[in-house]
Design a protein around this ligand. Sequence first.
Ligand code: SF4
Ligand code: SF4
Ligand code: FES
Length: 256
Amino acid sequence: MVQINLPQNSKVEKGKFFKDKTGSKNIRKVNIYRWDPSTGENPRIDTYEVDMDNCPSKVLDLLNKIKNEIDPSIAYRRSCAHGVCGSCAMNMDGKNGLACTKPHSEIKGDINIYPLPHLKVLKDLIGDLSTLYKQYESVEPWLKTTSKTEKENIQSKKDRAKLDGLYECIMCACCSTSCPSYWWNGEKYLGPAVLLQAYRWIIDSRDEDRKERLKKVADELKLYRCHTIMNCTNACPKGLNPAKAIASIKKMLATS
Ligand code: SF4
Ligand code: SF4
Ligand code: FES
């Protein structure tokens, strides 16, 4: 029988318990993944009892409350608090999403909060997105034109509409980190977030590099590792459809 041994620091241990000190009758338990690589200790799950009578509605509010009032040592990313910057993406109640738009009232029972899955963890809820950003850079996410014009580069309404469902992507990585193909081939497969971005520039009528862009992604590993499992589309907190964008790239390649 095959025996698999996990590295020592991948074993998650039971952590500290922070008992409520307010005496509130409206308490919820929040379990949070904690790991600080500088300590040499294993990851652990800390549990916090939180007074929900004085907590605004979103999971990010809950985290801010814990950080401000109970335990300032928790690390997580956030910026806009309005579902725009993508920095607060994490795994809540087993599902990837944005902490600033996810109401904690939607979570039944204890509230479990983890970093985005299958990323190297930098600290606590902060995943390492450096590979994803390198992949993003590789699709050259900017308008490429050779024809020089001093005038505004206009686009018809019809062509502009082709970018709907694409330009709204905030690169939060909820989709890529929920994609089984990306879990196993994350170094080589570009994943749904980056492929959606690639398609956003491929389909832009003002761009003059379409052929080259298509050629660059037409690769067994970069593109065709997508097996249309659709986890990505289910995970997107902006309601976008990266699986459809990937299918559109494949179709363009098949028909070009
Ligand atoms: S549809 Fe493709 S990109 Fe989306 S989760 Fe499935 S394999 Fe991943
Ligand atoms: S497609 Fe959706 S889930 Fe994926 S990075 Fe963009 S906004 Fe986030
Ligand atoms: S903090 Fe910006 S999307 Fe949540």
